[in-house]
Each structure stands twice: as structure tokens, then as C-alpha cells.
Design a binder for this molecule. Structure first.
Ligand SMILES: [Fe+2]
Length: 302
């Protein structure tokens, strides 16, 4: 997901106001908005150690563009993230943001904060107010770990049926447009509620294209390796999805020879309910994302 340059800052202010108030009540001089529960378990020092260990593991695992973590490395990062608690990144369920029940006016603003970023990976936190939607988007060439630490959200994700597209068997186009629909298979269509296991997507598997819809206010730790980069041709693309059997009028499917030549497509036809056509779209106008400074336990890259 690409973070917009402009955005409503209401969500960010809520998070910040709540964090500052919490620190004042607790008599903290700085650092993150760690709740009382976090201090009982070892305080800022313990929380900082957790995020520091995660950072060091990321530095070891992500070796740059074109590389994908090995299975044992995925296991390691996944296990570390599975153990992450909200206070490990300076959050508490007591923050007003996570207790908010009132609907906001207009599309809810998503807030984004960067814990760390380098050319090989980035560690970020996404805050989604209730009903906020991160539209269907991709992660080109990336491996992404997502850990929902607070809240509840619906996740829908897809992979391409054919990662190396052959237009004769898995595309659909309009006679009046150069745009194409591309066939994708559903990977996840489920609700996740914290605390829950970490999910992982890969460049061509695991649901590389996904949409998040917040059912309750959410905080998600995302680790992206490598990060988005326009310069390195890893920009974010947004999509809209159509059910396999409900593609838009005027669009024609090219499936010539598929039934005879490709067993894959025969299998695909047998499970149409898990198929969808994806069409590239511009970044939705209603998507509001703003960035705020990370104020959780600091990490050191020395
Ligand atoms: Fe994403």
C-alpha cells in the first residue's frame, strides 16, 4: 500500500492525543504510549528489547530486492511477530483510538507510522479506525509479514492464477479499452481478531494482493521486504475485483484452447467460486492516509 502525500490528520491526531494523555497520566517523560500492563511485564526496557530483536532478525533475513526469505527465516520472523504485544510498539488497548465506537464523518483516515526503513526492508504500523478500508493492492516482488496486534479486520486476498500471464488463457479484455481484467484466485476471505497469528505473503503466493476492512479499530505491524520503491519499479497498484461469473458487460474472455491444453485451467473452471477478475484502478480518491512519527520503543541500528 502506498502512503499518500496528503491526507486528513484526524486519525493521527487521535492516536497522538491519546498517547500523550496516557504518558502524562503515567508520568512518562518520553518514549511510547506504553500501557500499565506493559510496565508490569518489564516496562519500556522489555518492550524495546522485543522490537529491537525483531529489527535485528529483519536485518538478517531480508537481503534485498530479488530475494525471498528462506522457510526457516520465515518461521523465525513469524514466531517473533506472533509474540509481539501492543506495548512492544508503544500501544495500549486503553488508548482512546482503540475504544472509539462512534462513526467518523466521511471515509475514516488511515494512519501510518514507520518504525524503521532501509533499502532491504521496512517496519511500519498501520492504524485503521472502524470501517476503514485499505483497498485491494499489490506488493510487487515483496515478502510481507502482517501481525494484527489490536482490533479486528476482514482480509480478502488473491494471487494471480498465472503469475507469468499468457493472454490466451487467463485474461479478459474490452474491445474499446487497452485495460485488461486478469484472472486471480482467492487465497484468504476471513475475519481476524487480535491476538492472532502472523500472516505472510510472498511475491507470487500467500495472497500478494489484499484488502483490509477494519471491523473494530486496528493496529497492524507490517514488515515489507523489500519496501515499495518507485525508483526500483515496485510501486503500488490498486485493483477492483469482479466475480468470475460477473465480469463487466462488453468484456470478452479469451480462453482459447485452454480446456485442451492446460490442466490448470480445467482445475480452475471447477472452482469458479474462488476466482475473480482483477482490474487495475487509480488510487481510490476516498483513501485517506497520513503519516505520523513513531513514538514507541526506539530501535538502534548500530
Ligand atoms: Fe498491503
Amino acid at each position: 500500500m502506498k502512503v499518500g502525500e496528503k491526507g486528513d490528520v484526524v486519525g493521527a491526531e487521535e492516536v497522538e492525543r491519546a498517547a500523550v494523555a496516557k504518558r502524562r497520566r503515567a508520568g512518562e517523560g518520553g518514549g511510547g504510549a506504553v500501557g500499565r500492563r506493559g510496565r508490569r511485564r518489564g516496562g519500556m526496557q522489555g518492550a524495546a528489547a522485543g522490537v529491537q530483536r525483531l529489527f535485528q532478525a529483519c536485518r538478517h533475513v531480508f537481503r534485498g530486492p530479488g530475494t525471498v526469505p528462506k522457510p526457516d527465516e520465515v518461521h523465525l520472523l513469524r514466531a517473533m511477530l506472533d509474540r509481539m504485544r501492543p506495548e512492544d510498539v508503544g500501544l495500549s488497548p486503553d488508548l482512546k483510538f482503540f475504544r472509539a465506537k462512534d462513526a467518523t464523518q466521511g471515509p475514516p483516515t488511515i494512519t501510518h507510522t514507520t518504525i524503521y526503513k532501509c533499502p532491504n526492508f521496512s517496519m511500519v504500523i498501520l492504524f485503521l479506525p472502524r470501517n476503514a478500508v485499505i483497498p485491494l493492492h499489490n506488493h510487487p516482488g515483496m515478502t510481507v509479514f502482517s501481525k494484527l496486534v489490536l482490533g479486528s479486520m476482514h482480509v480478502k486476498s488473491y494471487d494471480w492464477v498465472d503469475p507469468e500471464p499468457d493472454t490466451s488463457v487467463s485474461s479478459c479484455s474490452s474491445s474499446s479499452s487497452d485495460s485488461e481484467l486478469r484472472l486471480a484466485k482467492l487465497v484468504v476471505d476471513d475475519v481476524f481478531t487480535a491476538p492472532c497469528d502472523t500472516s505472510v505473503l510472498y511475491p507470487t503466493t500467500g495472497g500478494n494482493m489484499h484488502r483490509f476492512t477494519a471491523i473494530a479499530p486496528c493496529a497492524i505491524i507490517d514488515i515489507l521486504g523489500p519496501p515499495y520503491s518507485i525508483e526500483e519499479d515496485r510501486d503500488c497498484t490498486y485493483y477492483t475485483d469482479f466475480a468470475y461469473t460477473h465480469r463487466p458487460k462488453g468484456w470478452f474472455v479469451f480462453l482459447f484452447g485452454a480446456a485442451d491444453d492446460t490442466g490448470d485451467l480445467n482445475n480452475v473452471e471447477q472452482d469458479q467460486a474462488r476466482l475473480a477478475w482483477l482490474k487495475e484502478i487509480d488510487m481510490p480518491r476516498e483513501l485517506k492516509i497520513c503519516s505520523v512519527q513513531y513514538r514507541g520503543p526506539p530501535i538502534s541500528d548500530k
